[in-house]
Design a protein around this ligand. Structure first.
Ligand code: IK2
Length: 419
């Protein structure tokens, strides 16, 4: 009797911490499961349906067969071979000497690099500016760190033609400036952007950089799709602009870089005086990530360093390959009455579904945004999985963006077989 009362007492106690309240739903968990349950063709989640290049697969096998050390712990903040080549590679891109031991933290995918960044830099009462639409984890991560978010919209330019491009979505300089206040600790940008495919142009980056410098704000720049730009669009690292290296944390992903999303190797890169705080979070949470995968990524980057700028480079081959798929997907979508927005970069294409006027009768979804209901209908009735675009907006703005769904075009077989 006493035992059962104690048990009841324990069970009625509030178990969860306040910091996770309201963030229990996750778009990837929900829609990946639904796609699997209905055996749908999955154009939803951003992963390739093809293998990574041979050179990196071979490097992984070699690491696995290379003796005990590749199976054991390595340096906490990044396997030495990997941080050395990342530093060498990106020094050339950023135009400054990057210190492999001070300026880089290797993480469990870009996700964990983002998590370490917010945990390490954001405090109770700090405000973080996030540009909408945004990769969905930014807002919960800021909240979990105790901060608040201040949202800034990318807006559709006036006078756009009938065929939209992600370049038609722009920041208003006045609105951007108005978001900076004494409480602002950081701004998060994502270029090329997920889900829109927008690639920030030099002038836009300068505008953001000037405000960061003026207000002494950190820039968190998520560049996981940095090699994937199309039609001659150039990706520029904001950390390479004058005065920005000192205040920028750049996030990268080997998963996206080498089409190996399941390896979960990512990194944060920036000045040692900021990175040391991310390392504190990392050493007290994850400690380090898989040694063999890091070794393979190191070999991949060394190879890319050697062939950089040539046709043999995977960083040139992959966007070329995806460019064709992007055009093919746009044609497929137009052929069924959707209005695609041509992305300048990244893995994804969003499309306007309002032309279709589908009658969504399923009562179980009636309280959800239209795009969520539409995607559920598409999965269940048509066997095609995509992602509702309002998932990339804050709860405050979700309702305004219910007419788009997102397709991933990094697929060899999948969409060709569907459309
Ligand atoms: N940052 C951005 C902008 C991402 O898109 C991702 C991965 N997204 O993939 C899910 C999807 O949108 O379908 C990440 C960070 C995380 O990258 P990683 O896989 O390296 O942790």
């Amino acid at each position: 009797m006493i035992f059962s009362l104690i048990m009841q007492g324990n069970m009625s106690r509030k178990l969860h911490a306040r910091r996770i309240e309201g963030i229990d739903k996750n778009i990837w968990v929900e829609f990946s499961q639904l796609a699997a349950d209905y055996k749908a063709v999955n154009l939803g989640q951003g992963f390739p349906d093809f293998s990574p290049p041979h050179f990196i697969q071979e490097a992984f096998c070699k690491a696995l067969n290379g003796g005990f050390s590749k199976h054991q712990y390595t340096r906490a903040f990044g396997h030495p071979n990997l941080v050395k080549i990342l530093a060498k590679f990106f020094s050339r891109i950023v135009g400054r000497e990057i210190d492999p031991m001070e300026d880089i933290l290797v993480s469990v995918g870009a996700y964990q690099a983002l998590f370490c960044t917010f945990q390490a830099l954001i405090d109770e009462g700090d405000e973080v500016i996030i540009v909408e639409p945004f990769f969905d984890c930014y807002q919960p991560m800021v909240m979990m760190a105790g901060g608040t978010t201040c949202l800034l919209d990318l807006r559709l330019k006036e006078g756009c033609g009938p065929v939209l491009s992600s370049a038609d979505w722009v920041l208003s300089p006045e609105e951007l400036a108005s978001k900076f206040s004494p409480r602002t600790k950081a701004i998060v940008i994502n270029t090329p952007n997920n889900p829109l495919g927008k690639v920030y142009q030099q002038e836009e980056l300068h505008m953001i950089a000037d405000l960061c410098i003026k207000h002494d704000v950190i820039c968190i720049s998520d560049e996981v799709y940095e090699w994937l730009t199309y039609d001659g669009t150039k990706h520029v690292k904001i950390a390479s602009l004058p005065g920005m290296w000192e205040r920028t944390v750049t996030i990268g992903s080997a998963g996206k870089t080498f089409s190996a999303t399941g390896w979960k190797v990512g990194w944060a890169m920036g000045p040692g005086h900021i990175l040391k705080h991310l390392k504190t979070v990392h050493q007290n949470s994850v400690y380090h990530c898989a040694t063999a995968a890091q070794e393979a990524v190191a070999v991949g980057f060394q190879r890319e360093y050697d062939v950089f700028g040539t046709e043999g480079s995977y960083f040139q081959q992959l966007p070329k390959h995806l460019h064709e798929k992007r055009l093919r997907l746009a044609d497929c979508l137009k052929s069924v009455g959707l209005k695609p927005v041509l992305p300048q970069g990244g893995y994804f294409m969003i499309a306007d579904i309002s032309n279709l006027n589908v009658d969504l009768a399923d009562p179980s979804t009636k309280d959800e945004p239209y795009d969520y209901r539409f995607v559920k209908w598409l999965i269940k009735e048509k066997g095609l999985a995509t992602i509702p675009v309002s998932a990339f907006f804050s709860p405050e703005h979700k309702d305004e963006f219910q007419k788009y769904i997102r397709f991933c075009f990094v697929k060899n077989g999948m969409f060709c077989s569907y459309f």
